[in-house]
Design a protein around this ligand. Structure first.
Ligand code: TZP
Ligand code: MG
Length: 211
């Protein structure tokens, strides 16, 4: 699944001196292959503003044919006609999400152990999120850091779904993570906080395109 290679995640809480719309437009210009709308944490928007911003970001992705995935909010994903939903282990049950969105939408599940990975496969996931690989500034309730051998571990168990690495990934460590067996990189701050987002995103894109 080529579209998972450079997976940009963002919500208003991740944006500093640019609006979320600007940030996403610049990241698209730089060559992201997928976008997840993740409005989460203490500084995130309320329900109505979350929907209004989601509409704008969804439209931007649609215009540029970038898959638009909603984090942990099934009603919002349906309201925005998102291309998919991403859930964590503490969120809505993945099997229920799959049954609700049907077979043609994308379902991503965050997993931290082989057992969670196998369960996500049974639940109908299209890809697995794996992390945090490195320390992150973008999530308040992170699980313990993963070892880089987790990608091999998942493969050895017979899991053949694409594995998207997340947590502290940047242009310096990205190659190491891909070499360890990740199929794609999910990134928040290294893109949001880049001083020149299009150029930095292009650098990341060239990096993942080597694999
Ligand atoms: N899940 C595990 S780490 C993380 C999420 C959503 C945050 C990743 O953000 P960053 O800034 O790329 O470390
Ligand atoms: Mg969660």
């Amino acid at each position: 699944m080529e579209f998972l290679k450079l997976y940009f995640i963002m919500g208003s809480q991740d944006c500093m001196d640019r609006t979320p719309e600007e940030t996403l437009a610049l990241a698209i210009e730089g060559g992201i292959t997928c976008f997840q709308y993740r409005e989460k944490g203490t500084r995130s928007l309320g329900e109505i503003e979350k929907y209004e911003l989601g509409k704008k970001l969804r439209e931007l992705c649609g215009k540029h044919r970038i898959p638009f995935i909603v984090n942990d909010d099934l009603p919002l994903a349906i309201a925005l006609d998102a291309d998919g939903v991403h859930v964590g282990q503490d969120d809505e049950n993945a099997k229920y999400i799959r049954e609700t969105i049907g077979p043609n939408k994308i379902l991503g599940v965050s997993t931290h152990t082989v057992e969670e990975g196998l369960q996500a496969v049974r639940d109908g996931a299209d890809y697995l999120g794996i992390g945090p690989i490195y320390p992150t500034i973008s999530k308040e309730d992170t699980e313990k850091q993963q070892n880089l051998d987790i990608f091999t571990k998942f493969c050895n168990t017979g899991i053949s779904l694409p594995l998207v690495a997340i947590g502290g990934i940047n242009s310096t460590n990205g190659e190491t993570v891909m070499k360890a067996g990740a199929n794609g990189l999910a990134i928040i701050s290294d893109i949001c906080r880049a001083s020149h987002i299009p150029e930095h995103t292009k650098l990341l894109r060239r990096l993942v395109d080597e694999f």
